[in-house]
Design a protein around this ligand. Structure first.
Ligand SMILES: [Zn+2]
Length: 198
């Protein structure tokens, strides 16, 4: 039986880079893979981009109503692996469908994504929450905070100030500098605003 993997880590830990490497390894050996990502408003159309250069088109971008089990079963019958980027944006149902791909179709599914949103809310990312509940294997991809400790949190900064509230998607109005940084818990606690809801 194949398994469902969730490889999670803060931004900058090389999630997409690792996904591209896994795809390359399969294809180099003559196997096909299916690379997909959930549809979001912000990110790069149907391409996967990495900070250090390599990129690749997805096989498909899934909107929230897409049944991933049916799509993979009918359109990708001869693949060796399913690779999902930005998996935190999957719906709960889609994670369940990917579990069925792994166990009923016997195709390994490897999901890459963030564990927690910038507000650090329980259940903040539906897909990540479900993957943490269900996946056969949870694997942390590590990156480093400015201070040298392990960074686990994805943080939003506005004009250099850490914020822990606000909408999921911020439109850049050109007036406020929007930045995301990976922080360790120590730096987060030191920098968090006094009115942090938690
Ligand atoms: Zn730190």
């Amino acid at each position: 039986m194949s398994e469902l993997y969730f490889r999670y880590g803060a931004m900058g830990c090389g999630k997409t880079m690792q996904l591209l490497q896994v795809a390359f390894n399969y294809e180099e050996r003559g196997h096909k893979v299916c690379v997909l990502k959930p549809k979001t408003d912000t990110k790069n159309g149907n391409k996967l981009l990495t900070r250090i250069g390599p990129e690749r088109p997805t096989d498909f971008v899934a909107d929230k109503s897409a049944n991933l089990f049916e799509i993979i079963k009918s359109s990708y019958p001869d693949i060796a692996c399913v690779l999902v980027d930005e998996a935190q944006f999957l719906t709960e149902k889609q994670v369940d469908e990917l579990m069925d791909v792994a166990v009923l179709l016997d195709i390994p599914v490897i999901c890459y994504g963030l564990r927690l949103n910038f507000r650090r809310e329980a259940g903040g990312f539906e897909g990540a929450t479900r993957l943490l509940q269900l996946a056969h294997r949870l694997e942390e991809l590590k990156t480093i905070c400015d201070c040298g400790r392990k960074a686990t949190l994805n943080c939003r900064f506005l004009d250099g100030q850490l914020v822990t509230s606000g909408p999921d998607i911020l439109i850049d109005d050109g007036k406020t500098a929007i930045e995301y940084r990976a922080l360790c818990n120590h730096c987060f606690s030191r920098l968090k605003p006094k009115n942090d809801p938690k």
